[in-house]
Design a protein around this ligand. Structure first.
Ligand code: PLP
Length: 353
């Protein structure tokens, strides 16, 4: 071993879904949107003055925070933007989870949470979801250093009841509770209305899924001005210029086109309904999906084997080889045509095994 090697910090990184390069691939593995962003985004980018690129971007990202605040009817001092919600959540971990007490999150959840906890040396405990992947609020009554969970959850696609989340908030008045609403635009409701009553609630959103802008990296948090100020102070102590000029323009343009946004969401929901029917016909089971993906299991098929067979056919879905998830596949909702390719494969596969 070289003498300097013990000076290097070693961490186990998060493993993102593959970005395969085959031209014929059917990519249903990272919950991207199969449709392009609003034409208003292209227009904004085409019309951008390249002189802007010579200048540092506005550190307050005010064009974008203003658009987001207006969209949700909250104050601009209630919005924090970051380089994708991954950046926003990382900042929130640094800002709010520093008590030394363990933070709580579900055992089946976004697999980045334990990675950030380890990176920032935050102790954590996972709380097992119930049989139907539901959150059991009693698990969150004990003293803790903070709570985080996605709603709808990933990878289960299950939307938790508002009462359950209120119960968790009621029992956690002395810490910050983060609800990661990465997929909420595909769901029946959001917990944003609870912000009026809970100053310790932080809701995190992203432009990556519902707004087809994963490549632009735009995420945001909404919370009380006190929470947002604390996050901004951490951000300015780390990197002031997080949102680049193109993302500012693209993000604000996306918000301006509500009609296109609604239409795209409805198309994906229609394909989701149709996909549920097809999965049911093929003998798959799932909890009612409320995100742009379905978490499916089949009583007679080995999910790991099926994952490999799909991959060989250049159909990419996500498989999490962990105790509670290894019988499931997480399938992103693509276009109707992409889903048809998947279902053709599955029908044939069932006939073969
Ligand atoms: C996709 C995802 C994110 C992060 O998305 P960004 O592209 O970084 O905005 C955050 N939380 C969950 C649960 C996700 O699935």
């Amino acid at each position: 071993m070289k003498a300097w090697e013990d000076k290097i910090r070693r961490v186990t990184p998060y493993t993102p879904g593959e970005q395969p390069q085959e031209p014929d691939k059917v990519k249903l593995n990272t919950n991207e949107n199969p449709y392009p962003p609003s034409p208003a985004v292209k227009k904004a980018l085409d019309g951008m003055d390249e002189q802007l690129l010579r200048l540092y971007p506005d550190p307050t990202a005010s064009v974008l925070t203003k658009a987001i605040a207006g969209y949700h009817g909250v104050g601009q001092d209630q919005v924090f933007v970051g380089v994708g919600s991954d950046d926003v959540i990382a900042m929130a971990f640094m800002t709010f989870f520093s008590s030394g007490k363990p933070i709580f999150f579900p055992d089946v959840t976004y697999s980045f949470y334990p990675v950030w906890a380890e990176l920032f040396k935050i102790p954590y405990e996972t709380k097992p979801l119930g049989e139907h992947f539901e959150i059991r609020p009693e698990d969150y009554y004990d003293a803790n250093g903070g709570v985080i969970f996605p709603n709808p959850n990933a990878p289960t696609s299950r939307l938790e009841k508002v009462e359950v989340i209120e119960d968790i908030l009621d029992h956690n008045q002395d810490c910050i509770v983060i609800v990661d609403e990465a997929y909420v635009d595909f769901a029946d409701y959001s917990v944003l209305p609870l912000l009026d009553r809970y100053e310790n609630l932080l809701v995190v959103r992203t432009f990556s899924k519902s707004r087809s802008l994963a490549g632009m990296r735009i995420g945001y948090a909404i919370g009380s001005p006190e929470l947002i100020k604390a996050m901004s102070d951490i951000k300015y102590s780390y990197n002031s210029y997080t949102i680049n000029q193109t993302s500012l323009a693209a993000g604000a343009a996306s918000i301006s086109d509500e009609t296109y946004f609604r239409e795209t969401i409805e198309r994906i929901k229609a394909t989701r309904r149709r996909s549920c029917e097809r999965f049911t016909e093929l003998g798959f089971r799932y909890t009612e999906p409320q995100a742009n993906f379905i978490f499916v299991t089949h009583p007679d098929l080995d999910a790991g084997e099926l994952f490999k067979a799909l991959r060989e056919a250049h159909i990419y879905v996500r498989y999490f080889d962990a105790p509670r998830t290894r019988d499931y596949l997480r399938v992103t909702i693509g276009t109707d045509a992409q889903m048809d390719l998947l279902f053709d494969f599955l029908k044939d596969y069932e006939g073969r095994v």
